[in-house]
Design a protein around this ligand. Structure first.
Ligand code: ZN
Ligand code: ZN
Ligand code: FE
Length: 735
C-alpha cells in the first residue's frame, strides 16, 4: 500500500471533477478523499501501486467533457489507513485563484431529457447538469458554490437535492440545478411590464408572437437576444430600420444540425464546430434556402449557431423556423442583461419580451468564428470560450494587468503562471462600453483576488484603456499595437524565436505617431524591427474617412500624377466638398498619415463601385471577398522598394478594369503575392495577426501559396487578443 497527495490545477471545479475522481477511486479500490480548495482540487489516495497507476492514467483519459488539467503535483506521504473514499467539503482559504469556467451549451443527455415525456424535466427550460449549462454568467464570487451564484435564492426541492448530493448522479454538485418545482420562473411581458403568461405558456406565447412577425427579446445565458423570424423579408427590414442597422449581418439560430446542413454548405470540421459544447456562431457558405437575403445582404456567408440552452431549444421546437438572434443592445453598446435596461434602451424596437427571475451576473455575447484550413479563426471570444486561461512557464512573480486596445476590447491578467483573458467587452467608444470595461476589471479583481503590480496598455494616447491606465497610481508599460498582435500569436503557438510577423488591420498607433496597419516585422519576444510597410496616405478628416470611405480613394488618387482617367471619379463629388478635401490633402489639415491595409480594402471597394460608405467594421472587405473569382489568376503590380510597399499606381488599372469582380480578385491576389515575395526574403516562420486576416479568401490564398504560415486559432485574430500580446511583452523580458 502507498499514499499520495495530489494537487491539481486547471478547470476542475463545477465540472464534475470530484465525482469523477470519486467514481475512479471506487472502481480501483482506492481509499482517501477529494476536496476543492481555492487553487483547484486536492486528492489523498491510498491503495495498491498498480491501482494508483491506472487511476492516474484514467484521470487524464476519462476526464469529464468540461474539465481540463493544467498542472498535477504529487507527493508520497506516510500511510493513514483510510477506510473508505469520500468527497469532503470545500476548504476555504484566503487566496483565490481557482479558475471560473465559461458557460457551456446544453449537453446531449439533458437535451434528450427535455424531449422525453416520461422524464421529470420534460420541457423544463433550465435543465442542466455538471457537463453543461451556465457558469461564468451566474457566479458572483469564487469558490463556485451555489450560495455564490445567482441560483442562491432558489431552494432545491427534495428530488433536486437528492441528485445534488449523490456523487454517482450526473447532477452531483451541479450548482445551477433545478426543476419546474423549485427553479426560476419564465414570464412573457408586454412593454408596460404586464405579465401575459408564465413558464411553458410564456414560451409558447413568445413563439406565437414571433410567427406573427413581431420583434421580441428573450433573456438568454449572457444577456438578452433580439429575436425575430429569419425567413421574413418584411420582419428583417423592420428590424433593420428600428435598430438603425442598414447592412451589418445578423446571426441565425437554428434548431438542429440537420437544419443547418439543409441551408448551408459545411465541411465536417465546420459541422463539428457548430455542434461543439461552445456552440459558437460559425460563418458558413450558404446554399439556396428560405432565409431572408436581408439577414446578410451583399455577402455570400451567414453566421449560424445552434440553440444552446433548453430555453432556445424549446422556442425553436415550438416555432419550426430559424430565427435571427442578435445581442440586444443599442448600437455599439454592451449586451443588455436586465429588464430595466431592456425597457429603457429597446422599447422602440421590441414588442414583447421573455424574462426570468434569475439574475445574469456577468454578461457575455455569442462567440463568432470561422474555420480556415481545418482550424478556428476566432472573431469574437465570449460565451463558451472565455474566461480563457493559459498556463505558462515563467519566473514572473508580479501580478500584471493588460488592458487591451480600444476596438474589440478585452482585458487579460497574469498571476501564478496563469494568463486569463476576459470575454469580449466591445469598442470603448461610448460610456456604456467603458462602464462594462470597468465592471470587467472589478469582476476579475474580485474573482481572482487580483491587485496588479504593473499595468500594460497600448501606445495610443487617446485610447480609453490607455487613459485609464495613466490615471492609476501603478507602474505601467506601453506596447506598440501591431507588435502586440504578433506577440499574442507567438504566445499562443509557444514560439520563442525570431519570426517574420505580419500584422494587418484597420488602425493602430505607430512608433512614429502615424496610423500603422500594414506591418512586416522581424521580431522576437524582446524586440522588433519594421522591415516593410505600405506607403502611407493621408486620412482626410481623420475618423471621418473611416465611414466615408470615398475620401480614402480620393486621398490616394490625389497622391498620384494628374490624369483624366480619374475625372469620372472626381466628378462624383460635389464641387465644394471636393475643393475642401483637396485643401485638406494639400495642407495636411486634420489628415493623419495612415498605412493600414484595412483602409486599402475600403479604397478598392470604392473604385470597384461596390460601396462608398461603410456602416460597420470590415464591411468593404466582406463585400470584395464575395466578389472574388477563383478563376482569375491575374494581379496588380504591388511591389516592394526600399522597405516600402508601392500600390498607389494600381488605381489607374483598376479604373480601366471596371469589373468589380475582376478588381477584387486581382487586388486580393496581389496582396497574397506581396506576402510571398517578402516572406521569401527571410527564412523565418511567418506569423499573421490582425483583423484584415479575417478575410477568408485572402488568408486561404496566403496559406496555399506559402509554407510555414501560422495564424491565431485559440485567440481572436483581431484586437481581441491585444491584451494577451501586451502581457507576453512583459513576460518575455529578461530580468
Ligand atoms: Zn447536461
Ligand atoms: Zn427541483
Ligand atoms: Fe489591431
Amino acid at each position: 500500500m502507498i499514499h499520495y497527495k495530489y494537487s491539481i490545477e486547471g478547470i476542475v471545479q463545477g465540472v464534475g471533477f470530484r465525482p469523477f475522481v470519486y467514481t475512479l477511486a471506487l472502481k480501483h479500490s482506492l481509499k482517501g478523499f477529494v476536496l476543492n480548495d481555492s487553487s483547484g482540487v486536492k486528492i489523498s489516495l491510498e491503495g495498491e501501486p498498480n491501482n494508483i497507476d491506472i487511476f492516474e492514467k484514467e484521470l487524464y483519459s476519462k476526464l469529464p467533457p468540461l474539465a481540463r488539467i493544467d498542472r498535477l503535483e504529487k507527493v508520497a506521504c506516510p500511510l493513514k489507513n483510510f477506510n473508505k473514499f469520500i468527497i469532503t467539503k470545500s476548504k476555504d482559504t484566503q487566496s483565490k485563484h481557482s479558475l471560473v469556467s465559461a458557460d457551456f451549451a446544453m449537453c446531449s443527455e439533458c437535451l434528450s431529457e427535455i424531449r422525453d415525456e416520461t422524464n421529470r424535466r420534460y420541457n423544463y427550460f433550465f435543465t442542466n447538469c455538471t457537463n453543461c449549462g451556465p457558469r461564468y454568467s451566474i457566479v458572483k464570487t469564487v469558490p463556485y458554490d451555489r450560495p455564490n451564484t445567482s441560483m442562491q435564492p432558489f431552494t432545491m426541492c427534495k428530488e433536486c437535492q437528492k441528485e445534488y448530493d449523490n456523487p454517482l448522479d450526473r447532477r452531483y454538485h451541479a450548482q445551477p440545478i433545478s426543476c419546474e418545482k423549485c427553479g426560476p420562473t419564465l414570464s412573457l411581458k408586454d412593454m408596460n411590464g404586464n405579465v401575459l403568461s408564465t413558464n411553458l405558456e410564456a414560451l409558447i406565447g413568445l413563439a406565437h408572437f414571433i410567427k406573427e412577425g413581431n420583434i421580441v427579446a428573450m433573456k438568454g445565458m449572457g444577456g438578452f437576444h433580439l429575436i425575430c423570424d429569419a425567413t421574413s423579408d418584411k420582419t428583417i427590414k423592420n428590424l433593420r430600420q428600428k435598430k438603425n442597422r442598414p447592412s451589418k449581418p445578423f446571426a441565425v439560430m437554428m434548431k438542429s444540425i440537420e437544419d443547418v446542413v439543409s441551408k448551408c454548405k459545411l465541411s465536417s470540421c465546420e459541422k463539428s464546430r457548430v455542434i461543439s459544447k461552445e456552440r459558437p456562431i460559425v460563418l458558413l457558405k450558404t446554399k439556396k434556402n428560405n432565409i431572408s437575403p436581408l439577414v446578410a445582404p451583399f455577402i455570400d456567408r451567414l453566421g449560424v449557431f445552434l440553440a444552446y440552452t433548453p430555453l432556445h431549444v424549446k422556442l425553436l421546437d415550438f416555432l419550426e423556423k430559424p430565427i435571427v438572434a442578435t445581442s440586444a443592445n443599442r448600437s455599439g453598446e454592451p449586451i443588455v442583461t436586465n429588464e430595466e435596461d431592456l425597457k429603457s434602451k429597446l422599447s422602440g424596437v421590441i414588442d414583447y419580451y421573455l424574462d426570468y427571475n434569475r439574475e445574469i451576473i456577468n454578461s457575455s455575447d455569442d462567440s463568432v468564428l470561422q474555420i480556415i484550413n481545418y482550424r478556428d479563426l476566432i472573431m469574437r471570444a465570449s460565451r463558451g470560450i472565455t474566461p480563457l486561461s493559459i498556463r505558462l512557464k515563467t519566473n514572473e512573480t508580479r501580478k500584471i494587468l493588460a488592458v487591451g486596445a480600444h476596438q474589440k476590447n478585452a482585458i487579460a491578467i497574469y498571476m501564478n503562471n496563469q494568463i486569463i483573458l476576459s470575454p469580449y467587452i466591445g469598442d470603448l467608444d461610448n460610456i456604456e462600453t467603458v462602464e462594462a470595461f470597468y465592471k470587467t476589471l472589478k469582476t476579475f479583481k474580485e474573482f481572482y483576488d487580483f491587485e496588479p503590480d504593473l499595468i500594460v496598455c497600448d501606445k495610443h494616447p487617446l485610447y480609453e484603456s490607455t487613459k485609464w491606465t495613466k490615471k492609476q497610481d501603478i507602474p505601467f508599460v506601453q506596447v506598440q499595437h501591431h507588435y502586440a498582435h504578433i506577440l499574442s500569436c507567438m504566445l499562443e503557438h509557444d514560439i520563442d524565436e525570431k519570426v517574420l510577423g505580419i500584422a494587418w488591420d484597420g488602425t493602430g498607433y505607430g512608433d512614429d505617431g502615424t496610423i500603422w496597419g500594414g506591418e512586416f516585422f522581424v521580431c522576437d519576444r524582446n524586440e522588433y524591427e519594421r522591415v516593410a510597410y505600405f506607403e502611407p496616405f493621408s486620412l482626410l478628416g481623420g475618423d471621418a474617412s473611416i465611414k466615408d470611405i470615398k475620401r480614402i480613394a480620393l486621398s490616394i488618387i490625389l497622391d498620384c500624377e494628374e490624369d483624366k482617367i480619374y475625372n469620372s471619379f472626381l466628378s462624383s463629388f460635389k464641387k465644394t466638398e471636393l475643393n475642401l478635401l483637396k485643401q485638406m490633402h494639400k495642407k495636411a489639415l486634420n489628415s493623419p498619415n495612415c498605412s493600414a491595409v484595412g483602409r486599402l480594402f475600403d479604397m478598392v471597394a470604392v473604385i470597384a463601385g461596390v460601396c462608398d460608405k461603410v456602416s460597420y467594421d470590415g464591411e468593404s472587405g466582406l463585400i470584395l471577398e464575395s466578389l472574388y473569382d477563383y478563376k482569375i489568376k491575374d494581379s496588380y503590380d504591388i511591389y516592394l522598394e526600399d522597405g516600402i510597399i508601392k500600390y498607389k499606381h494600381i488605381i489607374k488599372e483598376m479604373i480601366k478594369d471596371k469589373d468589380a469582380s475582376l478588381i477584387s480578385s486581382k487586388f486580393i491576389n496581389s496582396l497574397v503575392n506581396i506576402i510571398s515575395i517578402i516572406s521569401q526574403n527571410y527564412s523565418l516562420k511567418t506569423l499573421l495577426s490582425g483583423g484584415v486576416f479575417q478575410n477568408r479568401t485572402l488568408l486561404e490564398g496566403i496559406i496555399n501559396k506559402n509554407d510555414n504560415i501560422i495564424f491565431q486559432n485559440l485567440l481572436p485574430i483581431n484586437d481581441g487578443s491585444i491584451a494577451i500580446g501586451q502581457l507576453t511583452r512583459i513576460l518575455s523580458q529578461k530580468n
